[in-house]
Design a protein around this ligand. Structure first.
Ligand SMILES: Nc1ncnc2c1ncn2[C@@H]1O[C@H](COP(=O)(O)OP(=O)(O)OP(=O)(O)O)[C@@H](O)[C@H]1O
Ligand SMILES: [Mg+2]
Length: 239
């Protein structure tokens, strides 16, 4: 994912269906093409399939039908040894945070960078920079499990962006935040996007996309409502 292929999208989803056992159709026939560097909002009612779609993109779940390609690689066919490298390039801010409760805020944020073998000085500097941006400097050494929900949410966002991944997936990243903290988080995502990062934000918080110039796609009962030109042309090019 480091070298940017000229015309390959970073995400190509073709007619993906995901059924949770025994018969919950979470996504149905979803096709979506996202070029490198796009910032995009994914919206829809609770249960519409937003989280499921993000999970397909980062390979936590697999489609029952259809294809999911990230950076030109079919996630169902990718070699085992390639998976960690691809994962390192994806920063996911989970809806339920998934922080390590008994580790400090700084340790949680630095984790992805450690896995990527960044040096300690770089990690420390980046952690402090992110905590300042999100107004959490005073929680550097606090245990993540002792934070308020809104604080945990901001730490989850900081962890997702820490390693400057090529792709950021943010699942309801402002769900627990007041308007000031929401702005801090959105400013951080916009800054990442300006540097070339692809950012996908799943949300039902209309306030964060109502005035946006970016694409806003809506899921309804597992189906994607708008089929934009880009996706239609990708489908037409399918064999
Ligand atoms: N592990 C699972 N097992 C069974 N059903 C599931 C599972 N995960 C999600 N579902 C179901 O799949 C559908 C889509 O869920 P998903 O979490 O993707 O929705 P969502 O749009 O993210 O909702 P929310 O806005 O509440 O987060 C829902 O009907 C949900 O109950
Ligand atoms: Mg969800």
């Amino acid at each position: 994912m480091d070298t940017k292929p000229t015309d390959t999208p970073i995400i190509e989803i073709v007619r993906a269906t995901k059924i949770y056992s025994p018969d919950v159709v979470a996504l149905e026939n979803v096709s979506l093409s996202i070029p490198y560097g796009e910032m995009l909002f994914l919206t829809g009612m609770s249960g519409a399939g937003k989280t499921t779609l993000l999970k397909l993109i980062c390979g936590i779940e697999h489609p029952d039908k259809g294809l999911v390609e990230v950076a030109g690689k079919d996630l169902d066919r990718i070699k085992n040894k390639e998976i960690p490298r691809l994962r390192q390039q994806i920063g996911m801010a989970y809806q339920d945070f998934k922080l390590l409760a008994d580790r400090t805020v700084a340790q949680n944020i630095g984790m992805a960078m450690e896995v990527a073998y960044q040096n300690l000085k770089t990690i420390k500097k980046r952690v402090i920079e992110l905590l300042q941006k999100l107004r959490l400097e005073h929680k550097h050494d606090a245990l993540a499990g002792r934070l308020s929900r809104g604080e945990q949410q901001r730490v989850a966002v900081a962890r997702a962006v820490a390693n400057s991944p090529a792709l950021i997936l943010a699942d309801e990243p402002t769900g627990n935040l007041d308007s000031k903290s929401t702005k801090l988080v959105m400013d951080l995502f916009r800054e990442c996007n300006k540097r070339g990062t692809t950012v996908i934000i799943a949300t039902h918080d209309e306030s964060i996309f109502k005035d946006t110039d970016h694409r806003v796609l809506e899921l309804q009962s597992g189906r994607l409502l708008q089929q934009d030109d880009r996706t239609i042309s990708a489908l037409n090019n399918m064999p």
